[in-house]
Design a protein around this ligand. Structure first.
Ligand code: MG
Length: 271
């Protein structure tokens, strides 16, 4: 415990993953809050710590995701959330890129403001049932037909967990397009350093003053640590016991759930 307390000294900001940390399930528009997580969010807000939500969710717009979380009883607003699609839109605009989209139908409105005629890049997100042979092949044809093929991937996760089990994530299909076209995707989302940095900039805290709490050992914990932050893994969501023996990533701590993580962090503030 003494060692852990030392590890958590100097924390000023908390970055929370959403799916598997705040709630479980989803995909069908449902989901249930993980016990204690709503209270844990309130506790962070009451503690004076800065708070930012950082998600790789791309099956819905940020607005719809926040509405769902509010329905589940969370105190959260759109401007507290860092998500891949709005970040990708900024990049596309800056670089005058016109995307061909291979994304979930419910994400398409995020790209409404962009010119999509005569595409000069491909944007891939967690398209779920839209990952058909036909749609993948269409994205492949656009990409391979470009003189300078640009593939932008909204995250690079391997899998995630929904109510009925584990599901293949966008990274699997990103790899397929990378392989077919011999290109390397630009990842917008965790574990990309720039994505964490933009969340930290919103909070106005330095990486070493921030702690990430997530259920994904590679994308949440590993990504945050690469950025200079500390990171805790919760034993909820997609967590598996073997994560604690991961060959490359070691969390700064493993906790049963968000409520336990927040208790430890907030207690440390009063030391
Ligand atoms: Mg998660």
């Amino acid at each position: 415990m003494a060692e852990r307390a030392k590890q958590l000294a100097g924390i000023r900001g908390v970055v929370l993953d959403i799916s598997g940390v705040l709630y479980d399930g989803g995909g069908d528009g449902g989901g249930v809050p993980i016990p204690g997580s709503r209270e844990a969010v309130e506790k962070i807000k009451a503690s004076g710590l800065k708070l930012r939500f950082c998600t790789n969710e791309t099956q819905a717009t940020r607005g719809k995701l926040v509405e769902k979380l509010q329905r589940l009883g969370f105190n959260i607003s759109v401007n507290e959330v860092t998500a891949p699609a709005p970040a990708a839109c900024r990049i596309l605009k800056e670089r005058n890129l016109r995307p061909h989209l291979l994304v979930h139908d419910d994400l398409v409105p995020e790209f409404d403001q962009l010119d999509k005629a005569n595409p000069n890049c491909v944007v891939i997100g967690d398209a779920a049932d839209n990952f058909s042979y036909k749609n993948l092949n269409e994205a492949f044809r656009v990409l391979i037909g470009l003189e300078n093929p640009i593939l932008i991937s909204l995250g690079r996760g391997r899998y995630y967990k929904e109510t009925d089990g584990l599901k293949l994530d966008v990274g699997v299909y990103m790899k397929a397009l990378e392989y077919a076209c011999d290109v390397q995707a630009e990842v917008v989302g965790k574990p990309a350093k720039m994505f964490f940095q933009s969340a930290l900039a919103e909070m106005e805290v330095e990486p070493q003053q921030a702690i990430m709490i997530g259920d994904d050992i590679v994308n949440d914990v590993g990504g945050a640590q690469q950025c200079g932050m500390r990171a805790l893994q919760v034993r909820t969501g997609k967590y598996r016991a073997c994560d604690e023996q991961h060959p490359e990533v070691k969390a700064d701590g493993y906790v049963n759930n968000l409520a336990e993580a927040v208790d430890i962090i907030v207690k440390q503030l009063h030391k």
